[in-house]
Ligand binder design. Structure first.
Ligand code: HH2
Length: 273
């Protein structure tokens, strides 16, 4: 999943693609580099990020969706705003990626009343303004798993088949560096939920904590984390550096490792990389 942040303040690429034209060109480059899904976002959720108004998020995201919906890949929209979800789904967006796991009841009804869109449910505590002060867990993996299981069950009760849903431990969202790596080490425990796991480690500060590198120099760390996530059962990795990540998985495929992992984590073969 290639990341397209149409924001002035994203933690690693803020301001680079605020212009719709630049964002669309960037997205097309990610497609050429081998992305299988594009994830478009108009609100930074980095720790401390201020909320963005509906009008501003619409202004950032809609022209980019307009420019990309003709392309052959599934398009995911990274938003928590039900009004924007409705508009985007009408335009033809395929997946709703909500870092708040449809906490807003209106967001929940948008998804439950749509017959077919995909959904990414991510674990987070608090909001981007408060989340890094909310890292007291008795067992982070158990708590994340219970939260995702409850959300999955609620969706199921409301008629959304689990086949439409992927789950995400929410790396960096209300977790310490140690807790993020514990989630990576024990990621297989999430496979018991019965939904594919999506992991988003790209350029995140936990990689900076381990490597001592600034966000723009975390590509090798990010690719390593993506490989580790797939090794531990992830089916989708959300990344900025698509070309480098695809190269890594091509080498894995040549070595016979990718197919082995795919079989283990079940489901059909992953298109492309
Ligand atoms: N991480 C970010 C944003 N959206 N969605 C999912 N499902 N999983 C993630 O881990 C995830 C996400 C934060 O990364 P980024 O988009 O690069 O930064 P920012 O929020 O500052 O735009």
């Amino acid at each position: 999943m290639g990341i397209v942040n149409v924001t002035p303040d994203s933690f690693s690429d803020g301001g680079r693609f605020v212009d719709a034209r630049a964002a669309i060109d960037h997205a097309r480059r990610l497609v050429d580099e081998g992305a299988d899904i594009l994830d478009i976002g108009g609100e930074s959720t980095r720790p401390g990020a201020a909320p963005v108004s509906l009008e501003e998020e619409r202004r950032r995201v809609l022209p980019v969706l307009e420019g990309l919906l003709g392309c052959s890949l599934p398009i995911s929209l990274d938003t928590s705003k039900p009004e924007l979800m409705v508009e985007a789904l009408r335009m033809g967006v395929d997946i709703i990626n909500d870092v708040r796991a449809l906490a807003d009841p209106d967001a929940l009804s948008v998804v439950t009343s749509h017959p077919s869109c995909g959904v990414c449910l991510m674990h987070m505590r608090g909001t981007p303004l408060t989340m890094q002060s909310l890292t007291a867990y008795s067992d982070v993996v158990d708590e994340v798993k219970t939260f995702l299981s409850d959300r999955l069950q609620l969706l199921q009760t409301l008629g959304v088949a689990t086949e439409r849903v992927v789950v995400d431990p929410g790396i960096g969202f209300g977790k310490s560096v140690e807790q993020n790596f514990e989630l990576l080490r024990r990621q297989r425990e999430l496979l018991g939920l019965g939904a594919p796991v999506l992991a988003g480690w790209s350029r995140k500060s936990s990689l900076g904590a381990v490597t001592g590198r600034a966000a723009e120099d975390r590509m090798v760390g990010s690719v390593s984390a993506a490989l580790a996530a797939v090794l531990n059962g992830a089916r989708i990795v959300r990344v900025h550096d698509v070309a480098a990540t695809v190269d890594a998985f091509k080498v894995w495929r040549a070595a016979g490792l990718l197919e082995a992992r795919q079989l283990e984590s079940s489901g059909g073969p992953v298109h492309g990389a």
